[in-house]
Design a binder for this molecule. Structure first.
Ligand code: AMP
Ligand code: ZN
Length: 492
C-alpha cells in the first residue's frame, strides 16, 4: 500500500516535502503532550486530534508507526522565560494536595476526553518525572560539549555560544539579534549569563517540593529537556516526525533542536509538523486568558457559548473539516453545519447498506473517486478535501436510492469498503453519535423510537397519532424536522 505519494509540510523548510522515513516502512513520531495541571480545553484537543489523524493515515498506508506522546508532569514553569512557579506545584499548593495527585487527576481527565474523541492512544506515553536520570545524563553531555554552563547550582544552555556554529532560530524564524534585543531579565530573577539562555537544570528554592538530586543541586529539569530525553530514548537521535501545536515552535521546539544538535552534531528530526490553533471569538483558545471551552461543557451543552450540546463525534468532524495547518474558529453556525454534514455522511453509509447492486454501473467513477480520496490525504493530510470526496460518494448513493440510478456490484463493493475505511479508520469518526451521558443516550434512543412510531402512523394515514407525537414532543422542547434524509430532532 505504501506508494510514496505522501507529501508533508515541514515547518523546518516551510515547504511541502516528499515523506521518506529514515527506515523504509517504519515511522517514529513524537508529539508534545499536555502539561497536566488543568483540564484539557478544546484547543488542546484540536492539536491531539490533528496528530491522531496523521497517526491513523500513516498506519492506514501500512507504515509501522511508533507513536510517542509525553505527559509533562514537572519542569513546566509559569513563564516561558524560565521564571515563576512550576505549574503543577502551584496547583498542588492552591488545592492543598500532593503534586502527584494533580498529575494523576488531570492525566485521567486527558485520557477520558481523548477517548470520547475516539483518538488512538500512543504506543508509549512517557512522563518527565519518570526520566529524570536520562535528563541529567543529557545535561552532562551538553556541558561536556561546551554548550552549557553551571551557575549557583543551576545549568543553562548557552544560546550565543551555540549560535556561533549553529543556527538558533532555524525552526521559528526568530533572529538572534532580535531575541537579544527583545528578551529582558527582571533584576535578581535569574542568574543566566544572557537572558536568551534557557534552563537545563534549576536549583530548587527551599519551598519547591518537586525536586531531585543531581550533580549540581537538588532541583528540577528545564521544560525543553524532557522532550529531547524521551524522544531520543524511544525514537533515537534521528527520528522522522516531531509534532505539536504551532505555539510550541518557539521557544520549546527551537530549544529541543539546539539541545539535540549540541550533543549529536546533527538535527534530531526530519519532519517538523505543526498543528494550527483553535480560536474562539477570533482569539486563540488558551487556559491563561480564560478564552476557552472545556470539551465536557460542549458535550452537555452547559456553557455560555452555544445554545445546544454537540457530541464528541460532531466536534471531531468539525475539526477535521479544516486542514490541520489552518486556524479554525469555533462558532454555533459552524458546529450546526458540521452536525448536519456528519449526519448526512453517516446516513449515506447506512443507506448504502440497504442497496442491492445490479450488473449495470452508474455514472460514478469509483476508481477515480478512490484516487482523489488518496490524493487528498497524500497532500499533507488534507482531511477537508477527503471529506468533500466522501460527500460526492454520498450524493451518488442518494441518487441511487431516490432516483433509481444504477450501481454495479463492483461500485457497491468499493464504496462499501472504502467509505467505512476512510470515515472510521482514517478520519476516526465513530459510527454513531456517542452522547455525553448514558441518560442522553437513552433519551435519543427513546426519541428515535417515537420517530419510528410516528412514521408508522403516517404510513397508516393515522395523522391524529402522528401529529400527537410531534406536538407532544414539541411541548417538551423537542422539535422534529422532516427532511430528505429522514426525520432529525433538535432539543431546545
Ligand atoms: P499545553 O498543555 O499547554 O502544553 O498544550 C498542549 C498542546 O495543546 C500543545 O501542543 C499546544 O500547542 C496545544 N494548544 C494549546 N492551545 C491550543 C489552541 N488554542 N489550539 C490548538 N492547539 C492548542
Ligand atoms: Zn515537548
Amino acid at each position: 500500500m505504501i506508494d510514496n505519494s505522501l507529501v508533508v509540510l515541514n515547518s523546518l523548510s516551510g515547504e511541502k516535502e516528499a515523506f521518506k522515513p529514515i527506515n523504509p516502512g517504519y515511522v517514529g513520531m513524537y508529539v508534545c503532550g499536555p502539561t497536566v495541571y488543568s483540564n484539557v480545553h478544546l484547543g488542546n484537543c484540536r492539536t491531539f486530534i490533528s496528530f491522531d489523524l496523521i497517526y491513523r493515515y500513516l498506519k492506514h498506508l501500512g507504515y509501522k508507526v511508533r507513536y510517542v506522546r509525553n505527559i509533562t508532569d514537572a519542569g513546566h514553569l509559569e513563564n516561558d522565560e524560565d521564571t515563576g512557579e512550576d505549574r503543577i506545584a502551584k496547583k498542588a499548593r492552591i488545592e492543598k494536595i500532593e503534586p502527584m495527585e494533580v498529575v494523576q487527576y488531570y492525566t485521567v481527565d486527558f485520557h477520558q476526553i481523548l477517548e470520547k474523541f475516539n483518538t488512538l492512544p500512543p504506543g508509549i506515553e512517557p512522563t518527565a518525572t519518570g526520566h529524570i536520570i536520562e535528563q541529567i545524563e543529557l545535561i552532562k553531555e551538553i556541558l561536556k560539549a561546551g554548550y552549557a554552563y553551571e551557575i549557583n547550582g543551576s545549568v543553562y544552555f548557552d544560546v550565543l555560544k551555540y549560535n556561533e556554529t549553529n543556527h538558533y532560530g532555524k525552526l521559528s524564524g526568530r533572529k538572534i539579534e532580535e531575541l537579544i534585543h527583545n528578551t529582558r531579565t527582571l533584576e535578581g530573577q535569574s542568574d543566566k549569563k544572557n537572558p536568551q539562555d534557557f534552563a537545563l537544570w534549576k536549583k530548587a528554592e527551599p519551598q519547591h517540593i518537586m525536586r531531585w538530586p543531581s550533580p549540581w543541586s537538588d532541583g528540577f529539569p528545564g521544560w525543553h529537556l524532557e522532550c529531547t530525553a524521551m524522544s531520543t530514548k524511544y525514537l533515537g537521535a534521528s527520528f522522522d516526525i516531531h509534532g505539536g501545536g504551532m505555539d510550541l515552535k518557539f521557544p520549546h521546539h527551537e530549544c529541543e533542536i539546539a539541545q539535540a544538535q549540541a550533543i549529536h552534531q546533527h538535527p534530531p528530526v526530519k519532519y517538523w509538523l505543526h498543528a494550527n490553533m483553535l480560536t474562539l471569538n477570533g482569539k486563540k483558545m488558551a487556559k491563561s486568558t480564560g478564552n476557552n471551552i472545556l470539551p465536557l461543557d460542549i458535550f452537555t451543552g452547559k456553557n455560555d457559548f452555544f445554545k445546544k450540546p454537540y457530541s464528541p463525534q460532531v466536534v471531531r468532524f468539525f475539526m477535521l473539516q479544516a486542514h490541520y495547518t489552518s486556524i479554525l474558529d469555533i462558532s454555533e453556525d459552524a458546529l450546526e453545519a458540521s452536525e448536519k454534514g456528519y449526519m448526512r455522511l453517516i446516513e449515506g453509509v447506512k443507506q448504502l447498506a440497504t442497496i442491492t447492486p445490479g450488473n449495470e454501473a452508474g455514472g460514478f467513477d469509483t476508481e477515480m473517486w478512490l484516487k482523489k480520496c488518496y490524493a487528498a490525504m497524500d497532500d499533507d493530510f488534507n482531511s477537508p478535501l477527503l471529506i468533500a470526496q466522501l460527500f460526492d460518494a454520498v450524493k451518488y448513493i442518494n441518487q441511487v436510492v431516490h432516483k433509481g440510478i444504477p450501481i454495479s456490484s463492483a461500485q457497491w463493493d468499493c464504496l462499501n469498503t472504502m467509505l467505512a475505511s476512510f470515515i472510521h479508520d482514517v478520519l476516526g469518526i465513530a459510527p454513531e453519535v456517542k452522547s455525553s451521558s448514558e441518560a442522553e443516550d437513552k433519551l435519543s434512543k427513546t426519541i428515535g423510537l417515537l420517530i419510528a412510531l410516528r412514521n408508522k402512523a403516517r404510513a397508516n394515514k393515522d395523522f391524529a397519532t402522528s401529529d400527537q407525537i410531534r406536538d407532544q414532543l414539541l411541548s417538551y422542547g423537542i422539535q422534529l424536522n422532516d427532511g430528505k434524509e429522514g426525520t432529525q430532532f433538535t432539543i431546545k
